[in-house]
Design a protein around this ligand. Structure first.
Ligand SMILES: [Zn+2]
Length: 391
């Protein structure tokens, strides 16, 4: 489906069917220079529209309408008309919901839990931060069908726009309505077990299953993951590129929030590269220290380290080959999660600084923002469980 990229080094992740390893991945494809460019570059009106919080509100309202119309009845959790929904994590100062009102729910508590790396079913901590700042109570928690949740997620992320190399949406069907939604980065066995222990009805992840090129047989580790999930009756929802790209809830947008970078523009396929013009020039060491502070992980830094950095671009995950497109667009530095051997040479020869800030570390935030939004719009309880990964 995707044109073959002129990558110089085979990506070992292809062997494992990892989502970012596909040769056709927009994230790791080298470009031929056909870049849309910086602020003057073409940006679809649709994307500009959805950049606003009003866009989110309208998305939610449209999803509600679709769902309600398809069922001919109220979907229960939502009461309309109501005050506009405030998606947690959005800065209300950036704009008001100038569009229609959408359904809202009571504040739903959410927690962050960490999976113990050495013991699949135990937790380092069962209580961490409360995402929404609301009371940790089940009052106000509602249940929705998998179809309702899936329809809302699909509409919000505009899943149909994307040609991906994994199925986005409901990947495995559970057995019951959804009251408790657990989210995490990758549907590992440890995360599935943790979700089961947390009595999740559904699991929402960025890296799901069934990657193109992967051995489709349910054997070995994949068998164990699937069996655990099905035994627990948990629904599995996965969103890959649509979650990277979403202008408010996506991984790139949420990384920017985490780092304190304004998204001044986006470029590339599906606008997967974001950029920011720093108010003053920084050096590589300062950027690295800031990444470590905000993400809790020391980045690998390569390239032209002496270059002053004003324009910084980023794409989360395994987008190291997008360094070419970012550099051609005028970036002084590019941030992604992973690094390949070739990346060092590319960065040096392109004259930019490259930061490998961690695939997992850069992609922890989109799925949390999405789950929070689902919790607030649909009324389900939601919780983030971290399965730590140094890569
Ligand atoms: Zn990823």
């Amino acid at each position: 489906m995707w044109p073959s990229p002129p990558t110089s080094t085979p990506d070992p992740r292809l062997l494992h069917g990892c989502r970012s390893g596909g040769k056709g991945s927009p994230k790791n494809r080298l470009t031929d220079g056909s870049v849309r460019g910086w602020p003057g570059g073409r940006r679809p009106a649709r994307v500009v529209w959805i950049l606003t919080t009003a866009g989110i509100a309208r998305c939610a309202a449209r999803a509600y309408d679709t769902i309600a119309a398809s069922r001919g009845a109220s979907i229960g959790p939502l009461a309309r008309p109501a005050t506009p929904v405030k998606v947690a994590g959005h800065d209300s100062r950036r704009g008001s919901h100038s569009g229609r009102s959408v359904a809202t729910t009571k504040t739903i508590a959410s927690t962050t839990t960490t999976v113990c790396a050495n013991s699949n079913q135990s937790f380092l901590s069962m209580k961490a931060k409360t995402n929404t700042g609301g009371a940790a109570t089940r009052s106000g928690v509602r249940s929705v069908s998998a179809r309702t949740l899936g329809d809302w997620l699909d509409a919000t992320l505009e899943t149909s726009r994307f040609k991906d190399y994994c199925p986005n949406g409901l990947q495995a069907e559970g057995t019951r309505p959804i009251r408790r939604l657990v989210c995490g980065v990758t549907a590992s066995l440890a995360l599935v077990k943790a979700a089961r222990a947390a009595r999740a009805d559904a699991l929402l992840v960025h890296h799901g299953w069934f990657w193109r090129g992967e051995d489709p047989r349910l054997t070995g580790t994949q068998h164990l993951r699937v069996r655990e999930l099905l035994d627990a009756g948990i629904h599995l929802f996965a969103y890959h590129l649509p979650l990277d790209a979403h202008a408010e809830l996506g991984n790139n947008a949420q990384l920017a929030r985490r780092m304190g970078w304004q998204t001044d523009g986006r470029l590339g396929e599906y606008d997967l590269i974001s950029w920011h013009h720093l108010p003053d020039s920084r050096d590589a060491r300062q950027i690295a220290a800031h990444l470590k502070r905000r993400l809790g992980q020391t980045p690998i830094v390569v390239g032209t380290l002496s270059r002053p950095i004003r324009r910084i671009a980023w794409c989360t995950g395994a987008a190291q080959d997008m360094i070419v497109e970012a550099a051609k667009s005028g970036a002084d530095a590019f941030v992604s999660g992973e690094i390949s051997e070739r990346t060092t040479h590319l960065a040096r020869e392109l004259g930019v600084v490259y930061f490998a800030a961690g695939h997992h570390a850069t992609e922890r935030y989109g799925v949390q923002a999405l789950a929070r939004a689902a919790g607030q719009v649909l009324g389900v309880e939601q919780q983030f469980i971290d399965d730590p990964n140094p890569v």
